[in-house]
Design a protein around this ligand. Structure first.
Ligand code: HT9
Ligand code: FE2
Length: 425
């Protein structure tokens, strides 16, 4: 969410450092004794192996799919408790949270994200049934009901021991990948299922055709619509496509992806978005249209550098470059949640209007059939042990890792915390 400065006691607080340090000591090392599939790293492993496969090519008999969401409030009374969950450990007073809350308040305290995930779960179940795949889907959120702990308790009660997780987040970074993996580890500890339930994850799917196809269609349709509404509009000089994603601290960005790949400044996070945007422009038949990658929804103290440029600043520059229209592509998001409906549909659209630009925001994947069946493909890739060479990916960065590399996507401020489905530290 944008605007509010939630630096607060903030990133480098002693409380946080202490919490991180405490974490290192408390977990029992179980990696060597666990009867898990090669490539799986066990909850609580403090000294796991330093090497392992990047791609798991052996078939694994999973019991269920764990759909992992962010979670969001569903009424005014939920808003502050939800924001406390999101910002836990950062010591942010409720008055400051109320500044962020106004986006939610504006929509009756309801984020649509949980409803999106209910619909996605139903769509996945329908697609699994259509393909004759007998895998139940359990859904748990990081920050709101139904919580990850509830989902894992349910898994335990139903006797599931092998879960394949899909997080509703396509790219590599602390917030979009590793934080989910840490929360799986925490939830297994909380529910007493560490060492009993194995959680693997599907690879980050930023360049999977199922995720990219809706954006390709969206850009193609948006350009056609602009041209129909504005006869004579020259797409090569008067239109610009802005690919928008969530800003993150530059320090987190630099640590996104495996250290040894050396992605430079914006890390794997920026590299993945740039590579996907290129594919979208090409496949939408729009290679001649100018485009750039922009960021949105920054928070944190103003002194802390986050990825730039901000979408609104980028829009403000467009008229001087001769642009008359802008296409905004929410490339970083899987559904029209608050970041999209407020930061893009309210704020960025208003900025475009102020600058006299025609503007269209293209849809997120949502429950697009290509996206839903792509997610099922990603699960089946692991169920069937599909050879790496046969795994679809539209950029030369992929197919991304099944087992995250040491230090991958670490939080630049918190440092190491145990996480599943990867090799630590
Ligand atoms: C990369 C990324 C994604 C995309 C990947 C993914 O989808 O997981 C994402 C998604 C989301 N972020 C969301 C909401 C929030 N994110 C916050 C804070 C932050 N997000 C960050 C990054 C990301 N966030 C970061 C680096 C922070 C600062 C934390 C820190 O400094 O350590 C805050 C706290 C207030 C504030 O800081 O503004 C809120 C309320 C919602 C729910 C929306 C709804 O309710 O509809 C969703 C889907
Ligand atoms: Fe966020």
């Amino acid at each position: 969410m944008a605007a509010a400065n939630l630096g607060g006691v903030g990133a480098d607080s002693p409380e946080r450092a202490a919490a991180a340090a405490a974490h290192r000591g408390v977990k029992a090392p179980t990696a060597t004794s666990a009867p898990f599939a090669p490539g799986a790293v066990v909850a609580g492993a403090t000294e796991p192996a330093q090497s392992g496969p990047e791609h798991v090519e052996q078939p694994v008999a999973y019991d269920a799919i764990l759909l992992a969401g962010f979670g969001g409030p569903e009424g005014q009374d939920d808003v502050i408790p939800f924001l406390r969950n999101v910002t836990r450990g950062r010591g942010i007073p409720d008055e400051r949270l109320e500044e962020v809350a106004h986006h939610y308040r504006h929509f009756g305290g309801v984020s649509p994200i949980n409803e999106h995930n209910r619909q996605l779960k139903a769509a996945l179940e329908a697609e699994l049934a259509r393909r004759g795949v007998d895998l139940p889907v359990i859904w748990g959120n990081r920050n709101w009901d139904p919580y990850m702990n509830d989902a894992l308790r349910e898994a335990g009660e139903r006797g599931f021991t092998k879960l394949i997780a899909i997080a509703t987040s396509a790219y590599s970074s602390y917030s979009s990948c590793r934080q989910y993996r840490e929360d799986y580890a925490d939830a297994l500890e909380d529910t007493g299922l560490a060492g009993v339930v194995q959680i693997d994850k599907v690879r980050q799917f930023f360049d999977h055709p199922g995720f990219v196809t809706p954006f390709i269609e969206g850009v193609r349709d948006a350009l056609a619509e602009l041209e129909a509404e504005h006869p004579g509009l020259d797409r090569a000089t008067q239109v610009e496509v802005l690919f928008a994603t969530h800003s993150i601290p530059t320090a987190d960005a630099a640590k996104s992806g495996p250290a040894e790949r050396g992605f430079g400044e914006g890390g794997a996070y920026a590299a993945q978005h740039t590579a996907v945007a290129e594919v979208v422009m090409r496949e939408a038949g729009a290679s001649e249209v100018p485009w750039q990658l922009v960021y949105q929804s920054r928070s944190g103290p103003p002194t802390q550098p986050w990825l730039e440029p901000d979408v609104n600043d980028a829009i403000a520059e467009l008229p001087a470059a001769g642009r008359k229209a802008v296409v905004i592509v929410p490339l970083g998001f899987v559904s029209d949640h608050m970041e999209v409906m407020w930061d893009l549909d309210e704020e960025a659209m208003e900025t475009a209007e102020e600058h006299g630009l025609a503007a269209i925001r293209v849809p997120t994947p949502g429950v697009h059939p290509a996206y839903v069946s792509g997610l099922v493909d990603l699960v089946l890739e692991r169920v069937n042990g599909t050879p790496t060479a046969e795994r679809p990916h539209l950029t030369d960065l992929g197919p991304w890792y099944d087992v995250c590399r040491p230090g991958c996507c670490e939080n630049a401020r918190l440092g190491f915390k145990p996480a599943l489905a990867g090799i630590a530290p």
